[in-house]
Design a protein around this ligand. Structure first.
Ligand code: ADP
Ligand code: MG
Length: 442
């Protein structure tokens, strides 16, 4: 049968471990007009396959049946999505004498239950949850990355908290890269690197947060690399976070970067309006504080930089209202946050987008406005149009005008095309993401 043959092809390509983890759980549903429909048990598996195995699958299908045009992976209807019920929020932070370093820093309030899931973070969330709940090491290391204040530390602590709950015997060590450096340097000074190393010998899970803070290649990185390898070889789980992808990290040795790329790399994207609103709603609900929805919507709309700032703004509004003894309304918010709001007033224009896109692809601004159909130019042009649609309030005809007087139907075509390609071309999503980040950061 087709599916069996395809599976054999894939199996030969990717080996036992990956095959068992990702392909086995899939269910072949149908083939219709060249389109394959496959059902998968969880969002997590779906994402993983879409970002890592889609090409391999496509090739395997085409080898078996040349007519195959595309593959759709659908979530099974009865998939058990989130596991909410067994989250105990008031569990005390793991202190544990067994783990000698740093674990006492785990924050009890950073749980999976308190983490609001939306499009930008669902993959990272699913990966973190999987690691916390599965007794076996599935992907190693887990590399979480994303801009500041988007929830990396929260997820790491949530993993630690959950592990303490489901399997208190597992020894978890959480520390920042800076702490790692500090502890190591301290050990060197006191000529006691042996006991530094020994601390890691008996742990089950090591988390190192913010590895971008490892300063230039030095003995600490050497030591980390060593610890890392020993733990991986012994099948212990490692979780690392950074503000950039492994390949974009500066100051990190190549061999360490490539090791960090081995496992699962999950990024947290900048927040969307829906996620920001969800986070605010969740927060006021937990605090049992009465804040009108219009105020939350206003904040979600205005404070777009990151979750930390968003929470800060809400806290400030609540504190201010307490102080002056007034109910929270829009006027009060605008007054309490006047300086924050001014700072957030950043408007992205078509010209900013063109500048970043042409810079990114090494083109001239005029290329984007030209009628040239060469792919090296038309693809970036379509991306730029797409970004204008996403990031500015411009209409399709407005956008067309900014690109050398193109018709609004060409813009629409570009937007739709990029939407479509995004689903099948992981590189494209990465490129868009990088460009969006630089636009938001500038
Ligand atoms: P990072 O480590 O990526 O810089 P943090 O994990 O410290 O970010 O998150 C900053 C703040 O925002 C924390 O208080 C965290 O609880 C909160 N936060 C971030 N993302 C979410 C989310 N999805 N749901 C709820 N709170 C969040
Ligand atoms: Mg952090």
């Amino acid at each position: 049968m087709l599916w069996d043959n395809v599976c054999k092809h894939i199996h030969a390509q990717i080996g036992d471990a990956e095959y068992t983890s990702w392909i086995k759980p899939l269910l072949f549903k149908s083939i219709d007009n060249g389109t394959i429909l496959i059902e998968c048990p969880s969002l997590f598996v779906k994402h993983w396959i879409e970002s890592n195995l889609l090409r391999t699958m496509e090739k395997a299908f085409k080898d078996c049946l040349p007519d195959v045009k595309s593959i759709h992976i659908k979530l099974a209807v009865n998939s058990n999505k989130k596991n909410k019920s067994n989250d105990i929020t008031n569990n005390s932070p793991p202190t544990g004498e067994s783990a000698p370093i740093a674990t006492q820093n785990v924050e009890a309030r950073y749980t999976f239950d308190n983490f609001v899931v939306g499009k930008p973070n669902e993959f990272a969330y699913a990966a973190a949850l999987k690691i916390a709940e599965s007794p076996k090491v599935q992907f190693n290391p887990l590399f979480l990355y994303g801009g500041v204040g988007l929830g990396k530390t929260h997820l790491m602590h949530a993993i630690a908290n959950r592990i303490k709950q489901v399997n208190p015997k597992r020894r978890v060590v959480y520390l920042s890269a800076e702490q790692f450096m500090y502890e190591f340097i301290k050990a060197i000074r006191s000529k006691d690197t042996m006991s530094f190393k020994a601390q890691f010998r008996n742990i089950d899970v090591l988390m190192v947060d913010d590895v971008q803070f490892f300063s230039t290649a030095n003995a600490t990185q050497e030591e980390f690399f060593h610890t890392f390898n020993v733990l991986i070889d012994n099948n212990k789980q490692i979780i690392i976070s950074a503000d950039k992808s492994p390949s974009d990290l500066e100051n990190i040795e190549e061999r360490l970067k490539s090791r960090m790329n081995w496992g699962l790399v999950a990024d947290i994207h900048p927040t969307t309006y829906e996620l920001r609103l969800g986070i605010l709603q969740n927060k006021v609900e937990k605090l049992e504080y009465n804040v009108p929805n219009t105020v939350l919507e206003f904040l979600a709309c205005k404070i777009t930089s990151n979750v930390r700032e968003l929470e800060g703004a809400l806290n400030r509004v609540m504190a201010y209202a307490e102080l002056v003894g007034k109910e929270i309304d829009l006027d009060l918010v605008i007054y309490a946050l006047r300086d924050v709001l001014r700072a957030q007033e950043k408007i992205i224009t078509a010209s900013d987008i063109q500048e970043r896109v042409s810079e990114y692809y090494g083109l001239k601004r005029s290329d984007l406005k030209s009628a040239c159909r060469r792919k090296t130019i038309s693809r970036p042009r379509q991306l730029a149009m797409y970004l204008c649609k996403q990031m500015t309030p411009m209409s399709l005809p407005d956008i067309g005008r900014e690109f050398g007087g193109k018709d609004h139907t060409s813009v629409l075509y570009a937007v739709n095309n990029v939407e479509k390609l995004k689903k099948i071309d992981p590189n494209l999503s990465k490129e868009l993401d990088t460009i969006t980040r630089t636009l938001n950061a500038s």
